[in-house]
Design a binder for this molecule. Structure first.
Ligand SMILES: [Zn+2]
Length: 508
């Protein structure tokens, strides 16, 4: 065999596994394509928030659909890798879309969970021959009456498809434990917050799925719970210890071919029995290695627990004063991360900005359906006197009365969006739901010039860093711990279901 032929032959068999070369020029045997089912059912549930997540919320943006094999997220990455391998047929299972309100939604109703799990299972039973199932989940779903919904979903899928590989990708805000690993064959979790690597993780799942179906990989998993629960605002992977934890995971992966080392930092605002950080390690049939890595990662996270969970952020008055000082120091635009507002209609920072005489600020955005109703029927340029926000949950503060000029009336997808200008060139962008704004494009679409803003208030924990910090837009970033259902101090939350012994709730 000539060297070039040999290279070609090896490459083809490694990449696709579909062509067998017995010798140069020999007959080729082509196998039938792999058939992999793909489904998604993804929610980050703020169980302390007031509004349950119902079937109507899941279908606000349209009915469940099989048309899920698109986009740049987890499933997009999975598809991309399968297309590169070739010889893989992906079959979309009927899956719900995003829910209205997203992670400002509280407990999913049992009806909603059963409905969408049922649609996925019904499609699997009808799908014909399958070689594997890929589930793109989140991991922080909370369902009334179902303690660990992702594990339950995988068990229902297992009952439908039998012993073929079931692989799962998760957000790093997942709350999971051994139960999910017992149910699934492999679990992979993104390593970046902001979540830049969802597509990459879909690719990883596809590669391991194909290798497993081809018999070249036999996934085994080890799970550890380091005993730490942390607020989202401290989990950004641009800073340590989050950055060092993920770097350590990558070192283990780089030193051990076939090892996939995942860390879920967890979602502290879901009061569920598998809350707290988790380490999930997948190896190629090497349980000892998986245990060794999982132990090391868990120990490492525990060694950093005080830095990870014990920081203190400025409260409203101090935080707003810091923002005004940063403006005076020329660091505009200053971004205030109103990180604790999980429902989107809190007015604490708005009220304090007015009290401290701030100008040129923009609340981006304030959830207020009532104000949107009040403005309905008015037109751009009209002046209205109305109350803003202060009712979306019990920590949302007081309604703030303003005399405002309507600057913009329009739509963002199916939802209304409006801009009011008031006071000293201040603005508020109104939406009917919490909107976590992660880039600056919104301003252009609404006719607001970024360089006219001194202060931008965002209802976001860390995701805003994608469009404001990582792009260099923000002159300064102030994380403010206003009252809300997403506080930095977790000891203020009325937990009932989380496991005992989690730092910092119970100091070890
Ligand atoms: Zn997340």
């Amino acid at each position: 065999m000539k060297r070039s032929n040999f290279k070609t032959a090896v490459m083809i068999s490694l990449l696709t596994g579909t062509v067998m070369f017995q010798s140069a020029g020999a007959a080729q045997e082509k196998k039938s394509p792999l058939r992999i089912a793909v489904a998604t059912f993804s929610h980050e549930t703020c169980t302390f928030c007031p509004d349950p997540t119902t079937v109507a919320d899941w279908e606000f943006y349209g009915p469940p659909t099989r048309d899920i094999l698109r986009g740049n997220g987890y499933i997009g990455g999975f598809k991309r890798m399968c297309d590169e391998f070739g010889g893989v047929e992906l079959v979309g299972m009927t899956s719900p879309r995003d829910s209205r309100g997203g992670s400002s939604g509280s407990w999913l109703t049992r009806e909603a969970f059963d409905k969408y799990a049922g649609l996925i299972v019904a499609d699997l039973l009808q799908a014909g021959r399958l070689d594997g199932v890929y589930l793109a989940l989140h991991g922080a779903m909370a369902v009334t009456g179902i303690p660990k919904p992702e594990a339950e979903l995988v068990r229902r899928v297992r009952a439908a498809v039998g012993k073929i590989p079931i692989m799962v990708t998760l957000d790093l805000h997942a709350n999971e434990d051994q139960e999910l690993a017992d149910a699934a064959d492999a679990v992979f979790i993104i390593k970046r917050y902001p979540h830049y690597d969802d597509g990459l993780m879909g690719e990883t799942a596809a590669r391991v799925m194909i290798s497993t179906v081809r018999g070249r990989y036999k996934p085994v998993m080890s799970v550890r719970k380091p005993g730490v629960i942390t607020p989202s605002v401290f989990q950004g992977t641009g800073t340590s210890p989050a950055m060092e934890i993920m770097e350590r995971a990558r070192i283990w992966e780089n030193e051990n071919r076939g090892a996939y080392v995942s860390v879920a930092f967890g979602f502290a605002y879901a009061d569920v029995p598998d809350a707290g950080a988790a380490v999930i390690v997948v190896t190629n049939n090497d349980k000892k290695l998986a245990d060794r890595i999982a132990d090391d990662m868990s120990d490492f996270i525990w060694r950093r627990h005080k830095e990870f969970a014990g920081k203190v952020l400025p409260k409203t008055k101090e935080g707003v004063a810091l923002a005004l000082k940063a403006v005076r120091d020329g660091k505009r635009p200053v971004v205030i991360a109103d990180h604790s507002d999980r429902t989107g209609g809190s007015t604490h920072i708005l009220e304090e900005l007015i009290r401290q005489g701030a100008s040129k600020f923009c609340i981006t955005t304030l959830r207020d359906e009532k104000a949107l109703e009040t403005i309905a029927g008015k037109k751009t340029g009209d002046v209205v006197s109305l109350k803003l926000g202060g009712y979306s949950d019990k920590y949302a503060g007081n309604p703030v009365t303003v005399d405002a000029k309507i600057e913009f009336i329009g739509k963002s997808g199916r939802d209304r969006i409006e801009v009011l200008q008031f006071g000293k060139n201040n603005r508020v962008i109104l939406t009917p739901q919490l909107m976590q704004v992660t880039d600056t494009q919104i301003f252009g679409r609404l006719g607001i010039k970024l360089d006219e803003l001194d202060i931008i208030v965002l209802k976001s924990r860390v995701h805003f860093r994608r469009g404001y910090a990582d792009t260099g837009v923000a002159g300064a970033i102030i994380e403010v711990d206003a009252p809300g259902w997403g506080p930095a101090d977790l000891s203020t939350l009325p937990y009932k279901n989380i496991p005992k012994g989690l730092y910092p709730l119970e100091l070890k």
